[in-house]
Design a binder for this molecule. Sequence first.
Ligand code: HXC
Length: 514
Amino acid sequence: MWEIIKKLDKLRAQARLGGGEERIKAQHRRGKLSARERLEVLMDPDSFEELDMFVEHNCADFGMHDTHVAGDGVVTGFGTVHGRRVFAFSQDFTVFGGSLSEANARKICKIMDMAMNVGSPIIGINDSGGARIQEGVASLAGYAEVFQRNVLASGVVPQISAIMGPCAGGAVYSPALTDFIMMVKDTSYMFLTGPEVVKTVTHEEVTAEQLGGAVTHATRSGVADFAFDNDLNLLKQLRRLLSFLPASNRAPPERINTGDDPRRQTPSLDSLVPDDPLRPYDMKELIEKVVDNYDFMEVQSGYAKNIIIGFARMDGHTVGIVANQPLVLAGCLDIASSIKAARFVRFCDCFHIPLVTFVDVPGFLPGLQQELGGIIKHGAKLLFAFAEATVPKVTVIIRKAYGGAYDVMSSKHLRGDLNYAWPNAEIAVMGPKGAAEIIFRNEIRSAEDPEAKLKEVSAVYASNFANPFIAARKGFIDDVIMPHDTRYRVIRGLQTMAGKKLTNPWKKHDNLPL
Ligand code: HXC
């Protein structure tokens, strides 16, 4: 027995080395951790249990019959993060460049199936040269098996992809099907076709970083939700993200005692909004002051900055925050911001995360580019997402809520549960100046001083219509609240709606305007 135990230890030690010490050193020289080191950082200490450590590929072509490495280029298993079970795979670039073989895909599918059966998040750490070229279609089949599971798991268990090296070709589609993508600056990239193919086909010269680096995807394409400076930061933030999420769609996220008084007032909010309605202010300041311990985990902070989305806690419970940002494009909704927020709203709704919406929106962004880009269809995505969401929805109109954008931003009419407004809120079809120009057109034209007349009638429109009281009189606003009370009113609203039961009519699935 002793001999067998010693042999097992030796086999394990060998398997843990993956492609060998030299290749692990090469990984370190590039500023990257190894596949197993990444799992160690991600999981609680000593909690990771590896499965299928001795799996090998079954390929005999191209000299592969004598190149077996235990584990075959991916480390899979389960462990805990903040004491809660998660399943994970971590591609090992030191073994065949982390490429995906039939055997390697089977390992990934096995832990995905286990995660689905028990209802736990799936974390995928990607660092791979793509399909195992020697295996041909067997590798493509492996990818499709993973894709199929990604789709079935969507909305059932949270799925998070960490891109920590190459991720190219069709391989990008597994992360793309998951809920969140995190990338590391300078050492990771994602693209369908690399710089060389791009140069051949379109004659464009680009670097891998420009084409699919973390900054590109976090600021330009919107493919990545987060970009971090190094592996350690990414993994730390992945743990933080998991702390906000439930294990599955079977139960809401756990409450954490944050120690922040739900009745805490924020007097500085009384002077947050400038008197001049055209002057911006930072909506993030409001969010941070209202949530527990100023702890707000913003998602896609570098993309479509005219809308802010992210997770926070209120009285210890996870909430999804959606807020217009007056600092960028005056907070208008456009194509990118509508898609960004719609996906987030749908994620929260899948996983019982209540939605808190802070509104300051002058409308949809006008222009040829937006119309030709399909703002009608893309804006409808956000409308659809808020309308179908059945989680508790608390909305606060901070300043402007104009036109269709008023309806879209979790209004009472889209089954908002508690809709509040600050006293200075302006709820109207459009801004006073635009409205006056249309309804008092003749008076303005025939006035001796049209400019002065416009000012005068705009002021009349503003005082008669651009306030929260007309909407409040109709019951579209449940109450006009004091800015310094916002935290408590939102928390009380969420507490009141906590047991909410609302279901949509039976359907196979909806037909979101894609
Ligand atoms: C088999 C691979 C591999 C692959 C890398 N390796 N990619 N083995 N299949 N896809 C091996 C290399 O042969 C090498 O082995 C080792 O991994 C490290 O690779 P290097 O090239 O030395 O590393 P580096 O210089 O860092 O370059 C990394 C790389 C490059 C950019 C990823 O390896 C590369 O371009 N690989 C091919 C990428 C590719 O075309 N994949 C197929 C994409 S199509 P040795 O033993 O020599 O050290 C695809 C379709 C998926 O993925 C479709 C899903 C639907």
